[in-house]
Design a protein around this ligand. Structure first.
Ligand code: SF4
Length: 377
């Protein structure tokens, strides 16, 4: 069994074997054909929690519209969200946009080359900073992310849960030891171990017969893939119930932009409220009417629940019930919480299509369109 402190003698052999394999078998991905830190950064942020095949068309489209950090920094947030729509996790888009502005303001539009400055940018953690610095500038930073940490754990025969500080320290120490002190070749080494981690050393059935690192791997020799790395503790799921309201006036529906601190901040949605645990329908309607009066200064009568759908966000499983609502007193809708006139719009279906909506908001809109079309037939 290897131990982190004893492994340095084999790390350069592991790195060489990985790079030799990668030069023959590595996939040809668009962000691998560039050393531009901006393009690498965009790909890294998009690839967080999203599969490669899904990312490629979004990446191409995003870079066509925002080809450099300046064009991204100058774009309105709404437009950035529109080009992000479909990738989910909009917080990433907001942070990307905000970091682009910081790079323009504090770094004269140039990507910093030191890890401390990188880490001070919104949305850039140790992995992303190390990936950009090694891929773009060949600086000697190792990387640890989901695929490489599994690979390293198997090479180290590391049986402890990977989330602990002790495990993370050992994995980062191993990763830093794979790249040469002077940096040259670091980008290729990191790309190679990421590729082996994602394509060969998969969670349940690693393909050891194709793996260039088999001579260095105690986990393969013992066949302990189910124990190394230690299985993750199960996620605790919380069930929520929410209500979305179709508040209609003269052929338009009330839409609201989610505020900072809310889920989907910056995106548009139907007025939505948490109704978890509210069982009585009449009490629920009163609650919704009061909530709309508070938030939008509109008197409404909540009618039937006309549609229901389920969706999941992180550890929440949400049942979203959609209610028709009728305006009782016509006033100009206004947000009590944000007091931004621009965060409220009365939209027809066409205008709604143009807004950057949350993914569940898009599903509700699809349903509303069908319903409106069949009512018009
Ligand atoms: S030999 Fe098997 S278990 Fe070991 S690193 Fe390669 S694929 Fe993973």
């Amino acid at each position: 069994m290897f131990r982190a402190s004893h492994i340095s003698s084999v790390q350069s052999s592991i790195a060489s074997a990985a790079v030799a394999w990668f030069s023959k078998h590595g996939r040809d991905l668009p962000w691998r054909a560039t050393r531009d830190p901006y393009r690498i950064w965009v790909s890294e942020i998009m690839l967080q929690q999203t599969q490669v095949a899904t990312v490629i068309p979004y990446y191409d489209r995003f870079l066509e519209r925002f080809p450099d950090v300046k064009s991204l920094a100058e774009a309105p947030e709404d437009e950035v969200f529109r080009y992000w729509a479909g990738l989910g996790y909009y917080r990433r888009a907001r942070q990307l946009h905000s970091a682009a502005k910081t790079i323009i303001e504090r770094h004269a539009g140039k990507f910093p080359k030191d890890i401390a400055s990188m880490l001070s940018l919104p949305g850039i953690g140790r992995y992303t900073a190390s990936a950009i610095l090694s891929f773009a500038y060949d600086l000697n930073h190792g990387i640890v992310e989901a695929n490489t940490q599994r690979l390293y754990a198997r090479l180290l025969y590391w049986k402890e849960p990977l989330q602990t500080t002790k495990s993370q320290n050992a994995l980062w120490e191993f990763a830093e030891g794979l790249v040469p002190d002077k940096g040259k070749g670091s980008g290729q080494i990191n790309q190679a171990v990421m590729e082996i981690g994602s394509q060969i050393c998969t969670p349940n059935q690693p393909q050891c017969d194709r793996c260039p690192l088999v001579p260095f791997c105690p986990t393969s020799a013992k066949g302990h893939f189910d124990r190394v790395p230690a299985p993750k503790p199960p996620k605790l799921i919380t069930e929520l119930r929410e209500a979305a309201l179709f508040i209609k006036k003269e052929g338009r529906w009330l839409m609201r932009r989610c505020q900072v601190g809310e889920r989907w901040a910056g995106l548009w949605d139907f007025p939505r409220f948490d109704i978890t645990g509210r069982e009585s329908e009449s009490g629920l309607r009163r609650f919704l009417a009061d909530a709309v009066l508070d938030r939008f200064q509109q008197s409404i009568e909540v009618e039937e629940c006309v549609h229901s759908l389920k969706h999941a966000v992180t550890r929440y499983r949400i049942t979203l019930d959609c209610y028709d609502a009728k305006i009782q007193k016509q006033r100009k809708a206004k947000t009590a919480d944000a007091d931004h006139e621009g965060d409220i719009q009365w939209c027809d279906l066409e205008r709604m299509e143009e807004l950057a909506l949350s993914s569940s908001g898009k599903r509700v809109l699809r349903w509303l369109k069908k319903r409106t079309q069949s009512a018009n037939e």
